[in-house]
Each structure stands twice: as C-alpha cells, then as structure tokens.
Design a protein around this ligand. Sequence first.
Ligand code: IMP
Length: 436
Amino acid sequence: MGVTIVGAQLGDEGKGKFADIYSESADVIVRFQGGNNAGHTVVANGEEFKLHHIPSGVLRDGTGVIGNGCVVDPGVLLEELDGLRERGVDPDLRVAERAHVIMPYHRVIDGVEEDAKGDMAAGTTGRGIGPTYEDKVGRRGVRVLDLLKPDTLREKLEYVVPTKQALVEDVFGIDVEDNGYADAFDVDAVHEEYVEYGEHIADTVVDASAYINRRMDEGDDVLFEGAQGTSLDIDHGIYPYLTSSNTTVGGASTGTGVGATRLSETVGIMKAYLSRVGTGPLPTELEDDVGDHLVEVGEEYGTTTGRRRRVGWFDLPMVRHAARVNDFTGAVLTSIDVLEGLDPVRVCEAYELDGERLESMPADMDEWARCEPVYRDFDGWDDVDWDAVGTYDDIPPNARDYVEYLEEQVGAPFYAISVGPAREQTIIREDPFGQP
Ligand code: IMP
C-alpha cells in the first residue's frame, strides 16, 4: 500500500521523525517534490542525522527513491551519500531519470532575483529550487538522464547558459565576472563537472514510476515523504511567499508516476504551534516572551539555513485548508512538550476580517495580512516528566483538552502524538500501514 505524509503548515512540522518511524513498516521510501531546500533531522540510535535530498527513511534499510517531481543538486546528493557511508549507512538509492537538475546558474539566479524582488521575495533557501522548476516548466531544464548523455548535455548548455548570463547581466544588471559568478556560466566547466556527477550516480538512475509501481505490484509498502508544508505549495499556499513545487498529496502522484488511487492514506503532520522560515504575513506570529520560549524550547532554527524561525500560535484556518486540500485520513500532532510552561495556550480558531469570521485562510495575501486571529484559550500544563509519558493517558489533562479540541477541528484522527524529538518520545495510536 501507499502512505503519504505531508506537512499541514509551513514546513518543519516534524515530518522527518515520522518518515523515520513509518519507514520501519515501509519497503520503499520516496521523495516526490522539492530538493535540498528541505532539511530533515532524524535521531536514530542516539545519533543525529541531517538529510536534505535523501529520504530519511533509508536509515531503516528501505530503498530510497528520489522521484521525478524533485529537483536534484548532484554535488549535494553525492556529499550526503558520502557522509552517510562514513557513518556506516550505505543507502539503497534510486534517482528518477525524469527529475530535474539544479545547475550552478540556478543558484546564482535564486540569489540575484531574491535581492531584486523587494517585498515579493520569499526568503528562499538560496539553493536554486525556484529557477530549476522555472526551467522545467519552460521546457529548457536539464534532467537527470541528460547527465548520462554528454553530447545532449552540451547542446542544452550551449543554448541555455548564455540566456541565463544575459538574464543576470542585462535584466538584473549584475556582472558575473565582477561578482565571482563566472564559473557558473562557463559551459565547459559546468559540462565537465556535471558529466562527472552523471558517472557517479549512473547506477542509481531508473524509470522511477516503473520501479515504484513494480514494487507495489509485488506487495511492497511505499512511504511517500513530503517536504515543506501545505501552505508552501505553489498552488495552494501563500503565494508568492512559498516554494515552487506541489507539497500536497497530488504531488505524490504527479511527482512519482504512481496513480492517485494507489495512495491509500494521507497523514498530515502538524506542530502544536506554528513556525516559519521566510517572509510574508503570519497572523498568529509571536514576537514576545512566548515567541522566545517557543524558539528556545522548540529549537526553532532552520535545518537548512540555520535561520531563526518565526513562530506563532496554532492556526486552525491554515490547517483546515490543509485538511481539505489533502483530505487527510489521519494526522500527527508534534511538539506538545514545547508548550509546557505557557499559560494560557492559545489556538487561533478563526480569523476576523472586515467584521466577518473566516474559518479557512484566504488566497489573497493582502487580506491574510489583515486577518485578526480569534483565539480560544486553554489552561497550560507544567512540570511534566515527558520521558515517563508512555501512553495517551499519561499526558496531563489540560494538554489532552488541547489535543482533543484540535483533533475534532482537524477532522481526522490523530494517529500519533509526539512529545519530544526522539523516536521513543512518541505516543502511537494507529499505524497507517495497518501494523499492530
Ligand atoms: P525555496 O524552496 O528555497 O525556493 O524557498 C521558498 C520558501 O519556502 C521560503 O520562504 C523558504 O524559507 C521556504 N522553505 C523551503 N523549504 C523549506 C523547508 O523545508 N522548511 C520550511 N520552509 C521552507
């Protein structure tokens, strides 16, 4: 069967931990969108692993697949593979031949364009993600399979690279030589570097759709591991302050070549409060002592960029939108331990905009910026020994009131509740793969 996990908020909800836990039941673990903008921190056997490209589930001996909906920076991928091997993990990895490749000029354009955009900047991770997806849609992208065909790659680069240099120099007015970007626009150097990457990854390159479907035909269980979160989805998120891929469940089908009806379960991962790396409005944002508490206790610093994350109270209009777009069959609530010591604990149950109550977030960011949160307050909880929390009933009653309210509002059963970063700090109520 196929189980998809997606972020219900703005990324960093704790998907990495559940990808790791659920991958114990899965034979194949698939990334279907995004690239090394994602960062999953997984604690396994007491060791901390930070992964960007490789599905975190490979730490459990499954086969990892990077699907066609992903964008791949091969230099980063190879570095990540080497890092894992040095620590005794030799992952079984397949990379979709149809996935698009992040090129050096994409990274340059990402930075140059963000600088030029002013208020429209998304605060990207600077990894070249957006420009790579732009070239995919513009039908001028480099795909993984092109790295295995040096002549085709050269032909593409000879057309594309001068257009990119002209964009940077003539549109954005940035001289590539003077700014240290010349290597990214040197066709010979880029060609040589990427042909070499092709040689290193050649053994992993497959028709990923055929591969995953065959494994499913053979009865294997597949975990589709979403990156970022629903509100960062290019279609359903907070445009333009978002990423350039479909982070929602539809992306799991188009980004892998697995039919939508094979995706049996969709589990929304949501954090008990909100965090955000990047720009744009955030109605429940906390810039006070409570915000400092969430950042410090929740260690809210970006896995990929190290940036301090912005934080806020749980935003139900955002999560209701996510529950509808993805049709969650189940959900996971993470980080309730981080709220310990706060009183009251607040949930934004709706917005008020121009005297009207909104249950779900608007598409218009000017409107979203003007939304006033309507809060519901819960009594806090304190002095909890989270290590001693083994079952749901061990959670303090006030925290349970909070959890049960959210569960009812989300409209999907909470399959698990996470009470700390480690695997053991998890209350599992149901396994989406149906394991007892
Ligand atoms: P990009 O994906 O690098 O183009 O960044 C676009 C927006 O998505 C920025 O606001 C980023 O901060 C945000 N973003 C991208 N990846 C992640 C992630 O894994 N977690 C949280 N935010 C992310």
